[in-house]
Ligand binder design. Structure first.
Ligand code: HEC
Ligand SMILES: [Cu+2]
Length: 351
């Protein structure tokens, strides 16, 4: 009988590494299949210096903690297996051992060294991320419930929800410095592939910078709960070639193009409360509560990335913003079908 027990126990301990390998494989497959590596908000695919420094630091910390985990876990498994209750246990207490200077010095000094290394590596990354770059494009980002306002003070451009910045390669660096504040409550700017999170706080100006190295669209999300529609406060950063960016700035700094064909819609827009909340460059509309609409049609989306900027969505939005974004701070204006049509037509000329 004792003989039998020992045999089954030893086969159990031989099965252990197998179980660990299977678990690791499962976790790995789940991770790969979740598409995490392909996602446009992937924190493991940095495309800008601050994001890259943070990424490297996290790999470093993950590496050190993984080694500690492996050592502690293997010792634990070893102890559990080796000193488990045996069939021929005599029931006596094991030898009691007190005090060992070597062991105590080792487990004090080694952790102190590890913590010092982690501290210094972190402090270095914080210094890199906080140091404002030279010759940067200046942008002011203002968080609103539930949309983003972007101003380029030197370039005389005001826009909303879709931030455009130039690409910055190693040969011709052109970083963007973003100063962040808020018009109402706390928000947080987080585009994982470009930089870490920075909060937008009323009556305070924070700053961050990015130097995206690849042309493309980078996505993010307000990362600080700011009210009902926090979840629909999406971030879109368009990284463009130098010439495309210059052309975009050139177009955005023009006043709105006016067209007589839509004068009915323009009249409705300018005689209702729209102009208390929205600005259209070169007209009497100078409201600042809502997004600047001067170049509305140059944007791919409306309502902070929530809906594509199509005729149907635009009309639906003006009829009832809550149909697209519950809790939005734009009221449904109760316009007639005719007024809805002409106002939408007018907005569609704001290129
Ligand atoms: C009380 C202020 C207020 C009034 C009045 C108002 N809006 Fe708005 N509007 C907003 C706010 C705030 C947003 C942003 C909503 C969001 O994304 O959460 C917005 C968003 C929009 C957008 C989407 C812009 C974008 O780029 O995402 C359009 C288009 C728009 N409004 C048109 C109109 C029209 C047309 C009228 C008049 C019929 C009007 N608004 C009246 C506050 C207002
Ligand atoms: Cu927010």
């Amino acid at each position: 009988m004792p003989q039998q027990t020992r045999i089954s126990n030893s086969s159990n301990s031989r099965r252990l590494p197998g179980v660990v390998i299977v678990l690791c494989c499962l976790a790995g497959t789940a991770f790969a299949e979740s598409g995490a590596l392909l996602s446009p908000t992937n924190i493991f695919a940095p495309a800008s210096t601050p994001a890259n420094s943070i990424f490297e630091l996290s790999l470093f910390v993950l590496g050190i903690t993984a080694i500690i985990f492996a050592i502690v876990f293997s010792l634990m498994v070893y102890v559990v297996v080796k000193f488990r209750k045996k069939a021929d246990d005599d029931g006596r207490e094991p030898a009691q051992v007190y005090g060992s200077n070597q062991v105590e010095v080792a487990w004090t000094v080694i952790p102190i060294l590890i913590v010092t290394v982690l501290f210094m590596a972190t402090a270095r990354v914080i210094a890199t991320v906080q140091k404002p770059p030279d010759n940067a494009v200046q942008v002011i980002a203002i968080g609103h419930q539930f949309w983003w306002e972007y101003r380029y003070p030197d370039l005389k451009v005001v826009t909303a929800n879709e931030l455009h910045v130039p690409v910055s390669d190693a040969v011709h660096p052109m970083p963007t410095l973003i100063k962040l504040t808020s018009a109402d409550t706390d928000h947080s700017f987080w585009v994982p592939r470009l930089a870490g999170k920075t909060d937008l706080i009323p009556n305070r100006v924070n700053s961050m910078w990015i130097d995206p190295q690849e042309i493309g669209l980078y996505l993010g999300q307000c990362a600080q709960y700011c009210g009902t529609q926090h979840a629909k406060m999406l971030l879109r950063v368009y990284v463009q070639s130098r010439s495309d960016f210059d052309r975009w700035i050139q177009e955005q700094s023009q006043p709105a193009h006016s067209s007589d064909a839509v004068s009915d819609g323009r009249r409705v827009f300018e005689s209702t409360a729209c102009i208390n909340c929205h600005a259209v460059g070169g007209t009497t509309a100078e409201g600042r509560f809502g997004p600047d609409l001067t170049h509305l049609m140059s944007r791919d989306t409306i309502a902070s990335g929530v809906a594509a900027n199509t005729h149907e969505n635009l009309r639906l939005w003006i009829r009832d913003p809550n149909a697209i974004k519950t809790g939005s701070l734009m009221p449904a204006m109760g316009l007639s079908e005719h007024d809805l049509d002409v106002v939408t037509a007018y907005l569609e000329t704001l290129r």
